[in-house]
Design a protein. Structure first.
Length: 256
């Protein structure tokens, strides 16, 4: 029984650039998962994999904020990645759209069109940028609550996250003056998913932290996050919920 891991990934919120720009990013992600199925007469099931994605992000002025367009340049995974390499290859050129409110708060990314590959990789791309505030000054703090659902109907998982941010220090990043922003967050997960053994209920909590950099021109200059989640999966295939532990890490950098 393998949980569809990519849909549970909740590694950091969508990043925002408040000045019109086009920027290329490299997104490196790693994830390890263990399901303890001993209560159902099985064994512990482990998987660990990593992916590297290259995307181009364009922000354009729009009423009330900025529209965001993300184009997938390429995605590749290691031999353990649960998404087939053919799917990752076919995702090249996939387009995702989102919106950035005037305050800098993102509304999330959605596939533009109905390409199956775009839907399958959505979990890898939905959270690679953090919220960036206009006119950010060292010492500022703020908080945010988000709720995101991946999938529909009986095959959907909702992640609710409460985040706290702090503009911690001025630094130099890639020869540019920047502000280092720290983020701490907690999350709750709830949803359902079909499995070969019947419908499954997924729920639990997570905790994570990270940091990212914002240039003086409002450009997102990359960052890094880690998260640990403790979940359970239940259904007719087991007499009691099975524990799941997930560890994730995401690192984002800009490309010249």
């Amino acid at each position: 029984m393998l949980l569809r891991i990519v849909d549970l990934a909740a590694v950091a919120s969508v990043a925002i650039v408040l000045a019109p720009s086009t920027t290329k990013y490299r997104i490196e992600q790693s994830l390890s998962q263990e399901i303890d199925a001993t209560a159902a007469g099985g064994a512990k099931q482990k998987i660990a994999f990593s992916t590297i994605s290259f995307v181009t992000v364009t922000l354009s002025d729009s009423a009330g904020g900025k529209s965001m367009r993300v184009v997938v340049d390429s995605i590749r995974g290691d031999s353990a990645t649960p998404i087939p390499s053919t799917v990752l290859d076919s995702a090249r050129g996939a387009v995702f759209s989102g919106f950035v409110e005037r305050s800098g708060r993102p509304t999330g990314l959605q596939p533009s069109g109905s390409a199956p590959a775009a839907v399958q990789i959505q979990g890898l791309l939905s959270d690679f940028f953090p919220w960036i505030r206009s006119g950010l000054k060292v010492g500022e703090t703020w908080a945010d609550t988000t709720s995101k659902t991946n999938g529909t109907g009986a095959d959907s998982v909702t992640v609710r996250r409460v985040s706290s941010y702090k503009a911690a220090a001025g630094e130099t990043r890639e020869s540019r003056k920047a502000v280092r922003v720290t983020q701490d967050f907690t999350s709750s997960v709830a949803g359902t998913q079909p499995t070969p053994n019947g419908p499954a209920r997924i729920e639990g909590t997570g905790r994570g932290s990270g940091f990212y950099f914002v240039g003086t021109d409002g450009r997102y200059l990359g960052g890094s996050w880690q998260q640990q989640s403790s979940l359970t999966i239940s259904g007719s295939f087991t007499t009691q919920p099975l524990p799941i532990t997930i560890s994730q890490k995401t690192t984002v950098s800009t490309l010249k």
